[in-house]
Structure formats: C-alpha cells, structure tokens
Design a protein around this ligand. Structure first.
Ligand SMILES: [Zn+2]
Ligand SMILES: [Zn+2]
Length: 385
C-alpha cells in the first residue's frame, strides 16, 4: 500500500508554518482519536496516518529530508534500521499525541462531551452536555425574564434506578479488567517498551458488566424523558452568551453522573429597535411643522413610551438621547441609553387644504441652503453621540 503525501494527510500547504502544521494535526487527531471512535478501524488508521505525518513535519530536519526525498527520505530513518515509520503503531501514535496535547485533558479536547477515554473513569460514564438555544426579544433582554424550557433528555431508568441490571440482580465485576475499566498492556514500540492503557473493550470502561439486563432500559440504565425547566435570565444578556446549568444535561449510562445543560442566548430582531451594546437605536418620523416649530412627541421605548422634546429647527438625522432607556449592563447597575434619530416625514397624499397651505409656503419660503457636507457631519455626530 502506497502512502499518501504527508501534507495532503494533514490538509496543509507545503509552505505551512510549524504552528499551522500543529493546528492541522490537532484537528485531525481529535477527529479520529480512538477514544472518540471506539472500535472504528478506519478512524484508527486515520489517526495513525495523521500522527505519522505530524511526527515528520513537526521536525525541521525530517521535514527537509521528506521535502527532498519523499517517504524514502524518512522511512527507516527513525529509531534505527528496520524500525521506521512502517512500524508506526497505535501506541506510538497515542504517545505522540499525548506528548503534545495530553496536558489539556481529553474532555477539553472533545469539548467536554463525555467521550470515553483512557484517562479517567469519570469521563467514561458521565452523560453528555445538552445545548438549548433560547430566543429572547429585546424587551426580555432589557427587563430580564423567567423562561420555561422544554427539554428532552436522558434520565436514570426508574425500574433499575440507573444500574442497568434487572431489579433483584446486580451488575458483576468485569472479568477482563477486574473492575478497573482499563486494560494495561506492555508494548514494544519504536520508542522502546512501555505500558499503554486503553479502555476495557468488554465493559466499555465502566468496570462492570450486566449479566441480567433491566427490561425497561435494556441495560443502558437510562431512558429519554421530557421535562420543563424554569430558568431565570438576568437583564442585559446578549447574543451568544451562554448560561450553564449544572447536572441538567443527559444522565450518564448505568448510573453515571449527568452532564450539564448549556443555554445559549439568541436575540430576536426587533421591529423598532436596533441594539448597539447597551444602547438601543430607533428612528422616528416627525412632521415638518414639528421639526420647524419644535414640540413634544411620543416615542416608543423598551418599557413603553416616553415624551421627547423636539427643539425648533430640528433636521433630519438629528439624534436625541433618552438617558437610561437602553439595556442594563449585565454586571453593573449602569444602563444604556436610547438614541432617537429624527426623520422629517413627507406626506405622500395631500388634502386640498394641505396642498393650498404648502403651495403658499413654497411661494413665501426663502432660498434653500447650498449643497454641502453637513449631512456627513450629522451622521458622524449620530455615531459619536
Ligand atoms: Zn432500567
Ligand atoms: Zn472491563
């Protein structure tokens, strides 16, 4: 079987930096890691292949040889004659991976989704986290809100109380790993002899086997339930904020601890307001007489309406600030403002009387100002507030 090009394996260019190579490898390794794909031979091969490529390309000297001579430049050139990358096995690959990324913990690498691992017994049985997206209106964001969330999640089986064993019977200690959940093997590798640890295949790392499974859950120890949960959302959250709720994720198999619930906040578009941080923006039409003469108008706010004094001579795009009518800052008592941008409203239909008055106005009104850059200054004013 001919080997694939190492750069192709990692999906990087020949000119990639060491950092880019490391990142690309990490991505592939996490995707194909055996702990994440238990029993999947194809994934295992991919994992080995990526690690082999990484081991060559991360090393300047070997990378140079590979660039010059291809696979023959590095095969057999590592660990002495006859012990080249042809014999690169899974233990070597796992060891290389753990050397560079082991400090992070598999949970971190796999996003904490309870992937079975050779690292910790806890991670084998822990249930998955549950993510829920929660859409909020701007009014709800401004005031804070209590929401009911409907969840479908795995919960411990009531018949066997999560054990997975038929009531009256109990799980037996796994004969293969003697209850440890891991199997240690002494292996010979290109790096010499060492002890490798893998999750026990028989019990899946749990340490126990069910000889007489529960009828209700078929030995899984859990089943799906629908549950309604009440959640208090504080005022001032924004799009992408998330609220973790401990232990409200899926129950783990066979009595394993539950994962967490993660509520991800989404903001609905508002038909009047646009949010800018803690401030909200809106545009209100004002009549030409109000703009010219000044007057009081009513404007919508997130909590109702407010009166706004329009000074005489108000121009289109002039911005007024309603202090404290914006969104509360999440972690303080500070509150944003509401910015109201005026737009002179032009009627599309005129009554005979309106027409008469406007025609008269047109006759007596003075000249318009010359075109200029004023409009842009006003837009800048609006932006800088
Ligand atoms: Zn059960
Ligand atoms: Zn076992």
């Amino acid at each position: 079987m001919s080997k694939r090009d190492y750069y192709e394996v990692l999906g990087v260019d020949r000119s990639s930096s060491a950092d880019e190579i490391k990142k690309a490898y990490r991505k592939k390794a996490v995707q194909y890691h055996p702990d994440k794909n238990p029993g999947d031979r194809e994934a295992e091969e991919r994992f080995k292949e990526a690690t082999e490529a990484y081991e060559v390309l991360r090393d300047d000297e070997k990378r140079k040889r590979y660039d010059q001579f291809g696979h023959s430049g590095v095969d057999g050139g590592f660990g002495g004659p006859g012990a080249g990358f042809g014999g690169f096995d899974l233990s070597d690959a796992l060891r290389a991976f753990m050397r560079d990324f082991g400090g992070m913990g598999l949970d971190d690498l796999f996003g904490g989704f309870g992937a079975g691992g050779a690292t910790r017994e806890r991670s084998v049985r822990r249930g998955q986290n549950l993510q829920v997206r929660l859409k909020l209106t701007l009014e709800e964001v401004a005031a804070g809100v209590s929401k009911k969330i409907k969840l479908r999640r795995m919960s411990p089986c009531e018949t066997c109380r999560g054990s997975g064993a038929r009531p009256g019977s109990s799980p037996a200690t796994c004969p293969d790993c003697r209850g440890v959940g891991q199997v240690r093997q002494v292996q010979r590798s290109i790096l010499g002899q060492f002890v490798s640890v893998a999750p026990c295949r028989r019990c899946g790392g749990v340490g126990e086997v069910i000889l007489d499974p529960c009828d209700a859950c078929h030995g899984e120890g859990r089943g799906q339930i629908t549950e309604t949960l009440s959640v208090d959302i504080p005022a001032g959250v924004s799009q992408g904020n998330y609220i973790p709720i401990e232990s409200k994720g899926h129950a783990g198999p066979r009595g394993g601890p539950p994962g967490d619930l993660v509520i991800i906040i989404e903001e609905k578009d508002h038909h009047v307001f646009e949010r800018h941080g803690d401030d909200v923006l809106c545009e209100v039409p004002i009549s030409y007489p109000t703009a010219a003469l000044g007057g009081k108008i009513e404007v919508p706010t997130l909590s109702g309406t407010a009166r706004l004094e329009i000074p005489a001579g108000t121009q289109t795009h002039q911005v007024f600030r309603l202090r404290g009518q914006g969104i509360p800052h999440l972690h303080s008592s500070r509150r944003g403002d509401q910015l109201v941008r005026a737009r002179i409203w032009t009627p599309k239909k005129l009554s005979p009387e309106e027409r008469m008055i406007l025609e008269k106005l047109g006759e007596i009104q003075g000249k318009l100002p010359k075109p200029g850059r004023g409009i842009f200054e006003r837009i800048r004013d609006a932006i800088t507030g």
